[in-house]
Design a binder for this molecule. Sequence first.
Ligand code: FEO
Length: 178
Amino acid sequence: MLSEKMNEALNVQANREVYSSYLYLSMSYYFESINMEGFAHWMRLQAGEELVHTMKMLDYVAGKGGRARMLAVEAPKFSWASPLQAFQHVWDHERVVTGLIQTLVKVAEEELDEVTKEFLQWFVLEQVEEEESSDNVRNRVMAAGIDRAALEAADRELGQRSFKFPRGFEIFPYAGSQ
Ligand code: FEO
């Protein structure tokens, strides 16, 4: 059974995961608006992955006899000055999320909730991966600079991204490359 404080902290984090999804979807449509379909595809898959994070967290709350509660989702930005600014935003955002997960682990420790602390290890490791992949993409776009041909090459490359949704979270059965 979850303590009230732990339950609420998990609901709040699930809300931040939905916000992440919303933010990346917003970026996806931004890229579509500037005809960078590969970047748009990459962001769309990222938005889907964040929904998996959301449901994973809320499923845990519900499974532990807690109450999964939907909170209001903040509206994200909808425009960026350049592709690099958007990818920089992804990397900055993921580092913020890492901090939030670490705070959540501290709440589990304070509540003497070893089971939730163990559950959160998946998110701790996921954040290592999320920071690394967003940094790699940011560097790829930074290397292209303002050279239109190089940016289009990066756009084609990122358009190859695929993501297999884990069992039980098949929002789309298989989100392959374009
Ligand atoms: Fe769910 Fe990208 O952190």
